[in-house]
Design a protein around this ligand. Structure first.
Ligand code: HEC
Ligand code: HEC
Length: 322
């Protein structure tokens, strides 16, 4: 027992002396360029939905909405309403599981979800293959990369594209990288308010759930640890998988990367502004109300987590065709 306490205290002091619980997004991630470019076409193609009106990009707009749709809940084929807020696809490669309740282990497995969901794209394997086989550009690309058009390859190409959807080089990552390199004057990169916001974020305990590369995305936690949040049976929480009472309102902690751009917030999309999200978080999960000054500071810090748009969507598709 004593040993455990000792280890705990040692760990705690390790945390307080310069160890950074948030890691910068790598500047690049290795991926197969040809597959990713094919995945980019598929990601934007509505023929992958039953009534040919919805593509992945309809709910994950990469150019103007930071990989989300800015709706409370998404709208799929025939205008059908979904039951949960769409998270960003940016940096989802770094999440330990995918979906609000983590039911998919990796991006390939995740992509099956929306393709077959009756209120999203409502497709089946055979129809996907049949439709793609009729389009010359797909015939040519799939033949060159995979040898044939198959459902598994569609998932593979989309997942490869999503690997490339990372947003490195945020102001905060520049600060972290500066410190990693052992430089002394890194504090200059952030304003006083932003730095104080980060210190507050750590001090009051936000960091215990929002840490790692994605400032979240690496554990399951309850919304309402201290003061309960209303529970509704149709939201995809851990309870839907485990049917254990304690898993009601337990979600994979969302990433806070690019958080100022991915509103509205929470699984139900009920929270419109970042300030309101911070108030709700500190009340429900830490058990106290933040002062306006604390909110200002934390908000300023969170805004430094906005990165640069991924390389792969910045350049025109034409440039990559040789
Ligand atoms: C009709 C809107 C809609 C469409 C179309 C759609 N998505 Fe989603 N996406 C969502 C919603 C809503 C969620 C959250 C669902 C959940 O957690 O239960 C989600 C979750 C995700 C996630 C998980 C992110 C994370 O951090 O957990 C990824 C990745 C993703 N979608 C990629 C795709 C891809 C690839 C396609 C196309 C094959 C696609 N989506 C099509 C709405 C959509
Ligand atoms: C006990 C774990 C825990 C703590 C502590 C915690 N959070 Fe969260 N946070 C979560 C979970 C879980 C969610 C998802 C809530 C939902 O949508 O159901 C979340 C959601 C959020 C969101 C909305 C993200 C989105 O995309 O919808 C923000 C912003 C946020 N937290 C910031 C903070 C801040 C700031 C603090 C400190 C005041 C904090 N959190 C403390 C677990 C935690």
């Amino acid at each position: 027992m004593r040993l455990k306490i000792l280890i705990f205290v040692l760990l705690l002091s390790f945390f307080s002396y310069g160890f950074e619980p948030i890691k910068p997004i790598p500047l690049s991630v290795p991926y197969n360029k040809e597959k990713a470019e094919l995945g980019k076409l598929l990601f934007h193609d509505p023929i992958l939905s039953r009534d040919k009106t919805v593509s992945c990009a309809s709910c994950h707009d990469l150019y103007t909405k930071w990989g989300t749709d800015h709706r409370n809940v998404s709208i799929g084929v025939e205008g059908k309403k979904g039951n949960v807020n769409a998270p960003s696809v940016y940096n989802s490669y770094f999440n330990f599981r995918l979906f609000w309740n983590g039911r998919a282990k990796n991006l390939k497995e995740q992509a099956k979800g929306p393709l077959h969901n009756p209120v999203e794209m409502d497709m089946d394997k055979k129809t996907i293959e049949k439709r793609l086989k009729k389009i010359p550009v797909y015939k040519q690309l799939f033949k060159r990369i995979y040898g044939d058009i198959r459902y598994e390859y569609v998932l593979d190409a989309i997942a490869e594209f999503e690997k490339a959807l990372i947003t490195p080089n945020s102001k905060f990552d520049k600060y972290l990288r500066c410190k990693e390199e052992g430089n002394k004057d890194c504090k200059k990169i952030l304003t006083k308010k932003e730095l104080e916001g980060y210190i507050t974020f750590k001090k009051i305990g936000c960091i215990s759930c929002h840490n790692g590369i994605n400032v979240g995305g690496n554990s399951f936690q309850k919304l309402g640890v201290i003061f309960p949040y209303r529970w509704k049976p149709y939201y995809p929480d851990r309870y839907q998988i485990t049917h254990k009472e304690e898993d009601k309102n337990v979600y994979r902690v969302p990433s806070l990367r690019n958080i100022e751009c991915t509103y509205p917030y929470f699984h139900d999309g009920s929270v419109k502004t970042l300030r309101e999200a911070l108030k709700k978080m500190s009340y429900h999960n830490l058990g106290f109300e933040l002062s306006d000054e604390e909110i200002d500071k934390i908000e300023a810090f969170l805004k430094t987590l906005t990165g640069k748009l991924p390389e792969i969507i910045r350049k025109d598709y034409e440039n990559t065709k040789k």
